[in-house]
Design a protein around this ligand. Structure first.
Ligand SMILES: CC(C)(COP(=O)(O)OP(=O)(O)OC[C@H]1O[C@@H](n2cnc3c(N)ncnc32)[C@H](O)[C@@H]1OP(=O)(O)O)[C@@H](O)C(=O)NCCC(=O)NCCS
Length: 370
């Protein structure tokens, strides 16, 4: 998908982001909290990853997704009934059957529209953005809600310090609508290397193999961190450079990089490939950790809140994740950076602390070395 021209040379409709929203659960788990349950320290986590704290969800993924969606719909000035497609990028959905998207559709009241989940792990939001954009270009759909939402805390083994410090929960959403070809998604790239899929996995989380009882030895996220790191650094940067080239732009044209938030060292390497200074890179990993498919739509919503985006800006999204998948997109922002309206949608309150919320994981997996 290099540009919005069909094989006969006729100009096709493009898709632009008209609404944006986020939902972060209130309970926060700090590095110091983690140091009480596993052999780690605030200093190690901060210097090796950039993460200071992460949120732990007290409800379901669909609840976070629905709140983010309601903010995105308000920002676009649309009702849920205006939507004709809901895509939920997630690898931690409420249930396998039915889809998480079906629950989101029910909660927000987007009655009757098409809805589906899309699992490309941390690349899931950009994959959804590409699917939604192409549905609009094909004329199949015209108002598409793309969500990235994750409850990774459910799968975290708090005895494994190499993974439990990295991930958190959250959701972000955008609304896509038809645009002229000058604005919106300009170019995209999706890819995946299935031969490396075992580098980051939840070994037992689906129907593979024989039915067996839940077992802490195989239930949580496992990862070869250094190898995933090595691949992420090159793959994310390469994809980001290629989408800029595919857009017919130069690196100097890029106003803001909104990268997947997995590790500040990976983000810095991607920025170096794009020859961008830190002030042209949006980073919020310190507050939320890696929320997989949610990182980019959450970061986009915060970039707009913080006046980091102005009309006509060229934005690059880039991500990398389990699969091993990768994805990138260039977007030329439209003329509106203020929401049409606001929503008071919010999660139900909780008085449970993050430490209380992760106690079932600690009971199941056991405690790490002190
Ligand atoms: C996980 C990651 C932060 C580890 O950083 P690293 O610099 O590669 O560290 P290493 O894995 O080489 O470990 C170095 C040492 O720190 C230790 N260590 C690992 N996690 C630790 C923690 N939370 N606290 C303290 N020490 C830790 C290791 O045990 C190792 O100790 P050793 O030298 O005694 O064996 C890094 O590899 C990474 O970010 N990988 C990519 C992860 C990712 O983004 N995954 C999601 C993709 S979407």
């Amino acid at each position: 998908m290099d540009n919005a021209v069909d094989p006969d040379g006729a100009e096709m409709q493009n898709a632009k982001i008209t609404g944006w929203g986020k939902c972060l659960p209130p309970a926060s788990l700090s590095n110091d909290d983690l140091a009480q349950i596993v052999d780690t320290s605030d200093e190690w986590i901060t210097t090796r990853t950039g993460i200071k704290e992460r949120r732990i969800c007290h409800v379901d993924v669909s609840d976070m997704a629905a709140v983010a969606a309601q903010h995105a719909l308000a920002a676009a000035g649309l009702e849920a009934t205006d939507l004709d497609l809901v895509i939920v990028g997630t690898c931690t959905g409420d249930s396998t059957i039915p889809s998480t998207a079906s629950k989101v559709q029910e909660i927000i009241g987007a009655t009757g529209c098409a809805a589906m989940d899309l699992n490309a792990a941390c690349s899931g939001f950009i994959y959804g953005l590409v699917v939604g954009t192409n549905m609009i270009r094909a004329g199949t759909n015209s108002r598409v809600l793309v969500i990235g939402a994750e409850k990774l805390s459910y799968h975290l083994n708090f005895a494994d310090r190499s993974t439990c410090v990295l991930f958190g929960d959250g959701a972000g959403a955008v609304v896509l609508e038809p645009a002229d070809s000058e604005t919106g998604v300009l170019a995209t790239e999706l890819g995946l290397d299935g031969t490396a899929r075992s580098l980051l996995e939840i070994p037992v989380s689906g129907t593979q193999g024989e039915r067996r009882p839940p077992d802490p030895e195989t239930a949580g996220i496992t990862m070869n961190g250094p190898e995933v790191f090595r691949r992420a650094v090159t793959t994310m940067g390469d994809a980001a450079v290629r989408v800029v080239e595919k857009s017919g732009l130069t690196l100097d044209d890029v106003d803001l990089l909104i990268p997947h938030q997995a590790n500040t060292r990976i983000i810095d390497a991607t920025a170096r490939r794009l020859r961008l200074d830190r002030d042209k890179v949006f980073i919020n990993i310190g507050s939320y950790g890696n929320t997989s498919a949610a990182t980019i739509p959450v970061a986009l919503a915060e970039a707009i809140e913080q006046d980091r985006i102005t009309p006509g800006d060229v934005i690059v999204f880039a991500a990398f994740g389990a699969g091993l998948s990768w994805a990138a997109a260039t977007v030329r922002w439209g003329d509106r950076v203020t929401p049409v309206a606001t929503s008071d949608a919010a999660l139900p309150p909780t008085d449970r602390t993050a430490m209380e919320l992760i106690q079932p994981n600690i009971d199941f997996f056991g405690l790490g070395a002190r």
